[in-house]
Design a protein around this ligand. Structure first.
Ligand code: SAH
Length: 249
């Protein structure tokens, strides 16, 4: 019958949209990576299909099949479902799948992406031009990640780095810092924003020259400032980090 692709936000249920809540409540079937499905309060009669993180395309196909059979399906992602998440997998499966799937009622419901939740905690670091790059080389070659990092730093973008590190990808973040240091001054501010809006939330700010990959884990969004990024010291606390509204000529 229908398929909603839903962004659950960064963690705290207060950062989930009322639209997403309503769609979750109406769903007959919830599909997603286990820890995300676990964030949805169980409802009687609702079927839950929690799967492994690497089965995105398979999960997307399963969701479309269920919808075609008449279910009211919700596919959940953390943050926004369109940012390095399930919405793309659903459309990939749709494009490659049976013609009949195209008549399904599909909605993508936005959520608060990690970069927005992290930026809000820090001040206003994304107030000017920025870009988002996933450091994961599971779905693209590492050479492309390096090229994008280099060019984005050269162009003066603030960088929101998703998927900075994992057990299977231990060296990429250190390599990214070394590469960025070839273009950016060592004083460029970086923020390590971990598990934002969850009980384990932690934020560390460092200069690029002192940035340590060990400050990041799988739940960390690394934000790399630009030459325009400003720090406002605060007594006894973390400084505010912000991008002024205008960049000098
Ligand atoms: N769709 C998600 C991103 C999925 S990729 C979104 O829009 O936020 C997974 C990566 O997102 C993690 O490796 C981490 O870099 C980031 N992330 C997800 N939740 C986070 C949180 N609560 N705090 C900080 N970073 C988070």
């Amino acid at each position: 019958m229908s398929l909603d692709v839903i962004g659950l936000g960064p963690g705290d249920a207060a950062l989930r949209t009322p639209e997403a809540e309503a769609a979750l409540a109406a769903a007959t079937d919830i599909l997603g990576y286990g820890p995300y499905v676990a964030r949805v309060p169980p409802r009687p009669g609702q079927r839950r299909h929690a799967t492994d993180n690497r089965q995105e395309l398979e999960r997307a196909r399963h969701a479309l099949e269920l919808a075609a059979e008449g279910a009211r399906v919700a596919v959940v992602s953390s943050g926004d479902a369109g940012v390095f998440a399930m919405a793309s997998a659903v459309f990939e499966a749709l494009e490659a799948g049976p013609e009949a799937w195209r008549a399904l009622e599909i909605r993508v419901l936005p959520g608060i992406s990690a970069m927005f939740a992290a930026a809000a905690r820090l001040g206003a670091p994304l107030g000017h031009d920025f870009c988002a790059i996933s450091l994961s080389d599971n779905l693209k070659p590492w050479a492309l990640v390096e090229r994008r990092l280099r060019l984005a730093a050269e162009a003066g973008f603030v960088l929101a780095l998703y998927n900075p590190i994992s057990r299977a990808r231990p060296w990429q973040l250190g390599r990214a810092f070394a590469l960025l240091a070839e273009t950016l001054p060592g004083t460029t501010p970086l923020a390590f924003a971990t598990a934002i809006s969850r009980p384990e939330e932690r934020i560390e700010i460092r200069a690029l020259a002192e940035a340590d990959p060990a400050l990041a884990d799988m739940r960390t969004l690394v934000l790399v400032g630009s030459a325009a990024t400003r720090l406002i010291p605060r007594p006894g606390g973390r400084p505010w980090l912000y991008a002024p509204r205008s960049v000098p000529a």
